[in-house]
Design a protein around this ligand. Structure first.
Ligand code: PGA
Length: 261
């Protein structure tokens, strides 16, 4: 019997200076220090990672980055390597966020290379997938997202695939205040799990699949009652330490989910 633990990850995006991040960490840890039934991750901007390493050391909060390069090192101006993230105690990295895909032209192929690199060095990738409104209205949302998952994960072994986290984030719900209904979120997360099952068999049951898009303290509990929604990737509502802690407490009451494999 394997378990998948709930995961709540905050994605600060391009917010917070070093002093703001430090101040946040002190307040946040005070609120969540006793949470043991949920994996909590803060994905901060690169400049805040080193100071957060010191603040979060030996705490229940894991540190994550929001992007990284597929290259080990070299003449790649402006890029950050996996080794650099490990060096500042990151254990997670968001890859393929829709803002990276839409604004910076990242392709499934590049994202796949980044996923491979993160797994090689021992970072846990949080692979983001999601459809835009047109695709949803045309009825092709599941197909689109399943193709993103397959392309980014092709060629990985089951041993590698069991170490990933997936975030389903419909683009039309990000930062808009429009959350997918819990039924829609479940349908899409289940479709993703079906694709994972095709790639890795029954081990797909242990991969956490998160929902992202206007998640708040008020809607997290309902989303997490769905059997394939294992947590959330939270943007705007992760920026205030007290309200993000409240969201985590609201999610945490659901405890561990157990799936037989
Ligand atoms: P949001 O962002 O919670 O502000 O909608 C989610 C995300 O982009 O990861």
């Amino acid at each position: 019997m394997a378990t998948r633990r709930p995961v709540i990850a905050g994605n600060w995006k391009m917010y917070k200076t070093v002093s703001e991040a430090e101040d946040y960490a002190v307040k946040f840890l005070e609120e969540v220090k006793d949470v043991t039934e949920i994996d909590i991750i803060l994905c901060a901007p690169f400049t805040a990672l080193y100071p957060l390493k010191n603040e979060l050391e030996e705490s229940v909060v894991h540190l994550g980055a929001q992007n990284m390069s597929w290259a080990d090192q070299g003449a790649y101006t402006g890029e950050i390597s996996a080794q650099m993230l490990l060096d500042v105690a990151c254990t997670y990295v968001i890859l393929g966020h829709s803002e990276r895909r839409e604004l910076f032209g990242e392709t499934d192929e590049e994202i796949g290379k980044k996923v491979q690199k993160s797994l090689t060095v021992g970072l846990t990738p949080i692979l983001c997938v999601g459809e835009n409104l047109n695709v949803r209205e045309e009825g092709n949302a599941a197909e689109k997202v399943q193709a993103q998952v397959s392309r980014a994960l092709s060629g990985l072994s089951t041993e590698e695939l069991v170490r990933i986290v997936i975030a389903y984030e419909p683009i039309w719900a990000i930062g808009t205040g429009k959350t997918a209904s819990s039924k829609d979120a479940q349908e899409m997360c289940a479709a993703i799990r079906t694709t994972l099952t095709g790639l890795m068999g029954v081990s797909a049951e242990i991969v956490p699949i998160l929902y992202g898009g206007s998640v708040k303290a008020e809607n997290i509990a309902e989303l997490m009652t769905e059997p394939d929604v294992d947590g959330a990737l939270v943007g705007g509502a992760s920026l205030d330490p007290q309200s993000f802690a409240k969201l985590i407490h609201n999610a945490g009451s659901l405890g561990e989910r157990v799936e037989g494999i």
